[in-house]
Write a protein that binds this ligand. Structure first.
Ligand code: SIN
Length: 312
């Protein structure tokens, strides 16, 4: 029988399928559609210290094989998430959740993580240093190794939960940022966030998105994400959550062969809200098709032993 379990920093998931932050809210709407306990876990919407309304509209632009978003970290703020959202989630989701954290200063990242550290429902912290849609924060912390390391150190100092840093693809050398996070004490890495892009409305001769640019996600970015997971896996000794254009059980296996321990599904949730449930359902048959009995054996399988040996 297919064993779909994987382990992230000592946390065993029933399967590696994780809806990505920003595409699954705080899980509550999806719980009305299906039993979300079938998921490995999910990563909740990027949460900041204060509530945020996000960017002006339009915030979304369609693209061939993908979409642009410039949501701007809309969220109710960490206190509301803890007081209202997590208790509501506890009634419909009986696993720990990944808390995705964003910030506008190193101190803010640390303050939000310190607050979430006390929440038993939070299995790990995914620290988003890669949101391309806000000024003075988000991605600006993820585009140099030094800044990413500084956030990592600050967060690690205030929590005992595993800290995974979510990396930006909008850099020349993602490996340098990954290595800096590892040296600063990160427990794992998530990659990739969206690729900065834009569209222009031919009639108005203006950018489609009110904020001019947005982050590209969806099928178009899968090969880029896969390449970056492959490169980062070879360079660090940390578990990696791979994401970017994943939409099927076959994609999950491909991401794992590149080096992902778990796989997040993002944009696909927006066009098919049942996609994660269906990928979980399809995994055992696809494993059987490719002769896989234990999913953990797939991690990094495309590297022919080129990675430094590591234990997860
Ligand atoms: C957003 O809220 O703008 C998206 C978050 C992200 O891309 O990190």
């Amino acid at each position: 029988m297919a064993d779909t379990r994987v382990s992230l920093s000592g946390w065993t998931l029933d399967n590696p399928v994780i809806p990505a932050s920003g595409t699954f809210g705080y899980g509550l709407e999806f719980a009305e559609l299906y039993d979300i306990d079938c998921l490995g876990t999910f990563s909740f919407k990027g949460t900041t210290l204060e509530p945020r309304f996000g960017n002006p509209t339009p915030r979304i632009a369609e693209c061939p094989a993908g979409m642009l978003n410039s949501v701007g970290l809309q969220n109710p703020g960490v206190e509301s998430v803890i007081a209202e959202t997590l208790p509501a989630l506890k009634k419909v989701f009986h696993k720990k959740v990944i808390a995705n954290v964003s910030g506008f200063s190193v101190d803010e990242y640390a303050a939000v993580c310190a607050r979430l550290d006390r929440e038993e429902q939070v299995g790990l912290l995914e620290v988003n240093v890669s949101c391309p849609n806000v000024r003075h924060g988000g991605m600006s912390f993820g585009t140099t190794p030094e800044a990413a390391a500084e956030v990592t150190r600050a967060v690690k100092a205030v929590t005992r939960k595993p800290v995974y840093i979510k990396l930006s693809p909008n850099v020349t050398d993602i490996v340098a940022v990954a290595v800096a996070c590892e040296k600063a004490g990160a427990d794992g890495l998530s990659l990739i966030n969206t690729l900065l892009g834009m569209r222009i409305d031919l009639r108005r001769r203006r950018p489609v998105i009110a904020n001019t640019m947005g982050g590209l996600s969806g099928r178009a970015i899968f090969p880029v994400a896969l390449r970056m997971v492959y490169q980062v896996y070879e360079a660090v000794d940390l578990p990696v959550m791979g994401m970017g254009g994943v939409a099927s059980a076959e994609d999950v296996l491909e991401m794992m062969l590149a080096g992902a321990t778990a796989v997040q599904i993002g944009a696909a949730n927006l066009t098919d809200p049942y996609v994660c449930r269906d990928v979980v359902r399809d995994l055992p048959a696809v494993m059987e098709k490719y002769g896989v009995t234990n999913l953990t054996d797939m991690i990094g399988g495309a590297h022919h032993g080129q990675r430094r040996h590591h234990s997860l």
